[in-house]
Design a protein around this ligand. Structure first.
Ligand code: SAH
Length: 465
């Protein structure tokens, strides 16, 4: 069984720091059920791949397990050595434990930084649900998934397909998130956990599912399979997840949640933020603004990237700024990155000299909250006075609303939206501000594009001419 993880953000060998495994070394680890080896097939500044090779010892296992009544493992010939299963999760936890926990002693800011990562699993058994289930588990988390199914036996095509897939996942994510997703979801796909499941498994599921499982559209299936369908344990896990959903400290406004739930299937907001972040990173901007920063999701990403030397978040809501401050403080950045993020209380419809002469501004899901008569004031202030060289602005695509189950026709996604634009309306507004204020624009869809109604959200990248 082989798992590889590739980083392509230079210096790509940062992956070695994150995994606590030096790219120049081959290291082997003894596990209860076999051996794990870690090595790097490639390690350059542009591309670095770490490989975790797992050798499960089927004979040793069969001896151990025959008396324990485990049918599959009691046989010498089984698929366990070759496929991604709960053995791989155990290996990830033992060999990459601190990376899984999100800590990086020497470079803590790296652990907080989303990186362009690709994970490849040589063989994933999708016993029940096949490729469709594989996608339902991974795509809502923001991964681009490629899956190649293998025939049972290449020499005998008439035997049909096997349940095994070679799977590749790519996304811009924190390494800890990628490892947590793999840790939980591999045994869920395989549906054949090798060990007895008790109360501590509930705790493990909640710990490694922190921050993503409560909102996952397939959380019931995940909990059921992870806990081997033990009714009591599954119930207890789901009850915990449900209280996480409504933790009063985490939830600022019920409406935000409604919008998030509606959009959850495509994990739209995360994809949106990572698209905006990529544009800002690629532009070489150093001093950046997050206008209408809300509770600071984008600010946290900007804060952990040392390329941004000064970051200012502006919002009209004092309550949101308070939450943003708490979350930024909780991020515990190293000294050299601390104190680069400032928060300002202010309205985007009034000129503010404190935010002039910046390189770039992000305006994520904000304009649809402005009253249409105030829009021209916003345009004047942003494009005319603040006038950064680069503006990245996103807004929903109203045409896509018909694809959201549970959203009555004609309603907006969020009770506080004052308008939502079609693709044509957005393009025409963008063209208007460009010609008035001297910018050029490029508009791209955000999220999966539907042939008829387009993508759920849209992003405009304005550059000053
Ligand atoms: N950009 C954040 C929040 C989007 S919600 C994110 O993507 O997560 C919209 C935010 O815009 C809210 O926090 C709201 O308080 C803020 N906002 C709305 N009108 C504003 C105005 N006139 N001036 C400043 N902020 C405003």
């Amino acid at each position: 069984m082989l798992l590889t993880i590739t980083n392509t953000r230079s210096p790509a060998t940062d992956l070695g720091w994150l995994l606590h495994k030096h790219p120049d070394k081959v290291q082997s680890f003894h596990l209860a059920f076999g051996q794990a080896h870690v090595f790097y097939p490639e390690a350059t500044d542009e591309r670095c791949t770490a490989a975790l090779l797992l050798e499960v010892d089927p004979v040793g296992l069969a001896r151990q397990r025959r008396n324990m009544g485990n049918e599959l493992l009691a046989q010498y010939v089984n698929d366990r050595p070759y496929v991604a299963s709960s053995f791989l999760s155990v290996a990830i936890a033992q060999v990459f434990g601190s990376a899984l926990a999100g800590s990086c002693k020497d470079k803590p800011e790296l652990a907080e930084t989303p990186l362009p990562l690709v994970a490849k699993l040589s063989a994933v058994p999708c016993r029940r649900g096949g490729e469709a289930f594989l996608r339902e588990l991974l795509e809502p988390l923001g991964y681009t998934v490629t899956a190649q199914r293998h025939p049972l036996d290449e020499r005998f095509p008439e035997w049909g397909e096997s349940p095994y897939f070679t799977v590749e996942l790519s996304a811009t994510v924190r390494l800890a998130d990628l490892l947590s997703h793999l840790y939980v979801l591999i045994p869920v796909l395989d549906d054949e956990k090798h060990y007895w499941v008790g109360n501590d498994e509930v705790e493990k599921l909640l710990r490694h599912g922190d921050g993503w499982l409560a909102e996952h559209p397939e959380k019931e299936q995940i909990a059921a399979r992870y806990l081997k369908r033990q009714g009591k344990l599954v119930k207890s896990a789901l009850a915990h997840l449900a209280t996480e959903d409504t933790d009063p400290n985490e939830v600022a406004a019920e409406h935000d949640l409604e919008e998030e739930r509606l959009e959850a299937r495509v994990s739209l907001h995360e994809r949106r933020l990572s698209a905006v972040l990529s544009v800002l990173q690629a532009s070489g901007s150093k001093r950046v603004l997050d206008l209408g920063c809300g509770e600071g999701k984008l600010l946290r990403l900007l804060a952990s990237d040392p390329r941004f030397t000064e970051v200012i978040g502006v919002d009209v809501s004092a309550r949101s700024l308070e939450i943003a401050r708490t979350r930024l403080d909780r991020q515990r950045l190293p000294d050299n990155l601390k104190d680069r993020v400032k928060l300002l209380h202010g309205a985007l419809t009034y000129r503010d000299a404190r935010i002039e002469n910046f390189d770039a501004a992000a305006v994520v899901e904000v304009i649809e909250h402005l009253d249409p008569p105030r829009l021209s004031a916003f345009e004047r202030v942003l494009f005319g006075c603040t006038r950064p060289a680069l503006i990245v602005l996103t807004t929903p695509n109203r045409e896509y609303n018909v694809r959201f189950e549970g959203l009555p026709a004609g309603k907006f996604r969020h009770a506080d939206h004052r308008f939502e634009w079609t693709r044509a309306e957005f393009a025409s507004w963008c063209a208007g501000v460009c010609s008035t204020f001297g910018y050029k624009v490029e508009i791209t869809p955000l999220g999966d594009v539907d042939a008829e109604v387009g993508a759920p959200s849209q992003m405009a990248v304005f550059t000053r001419v």
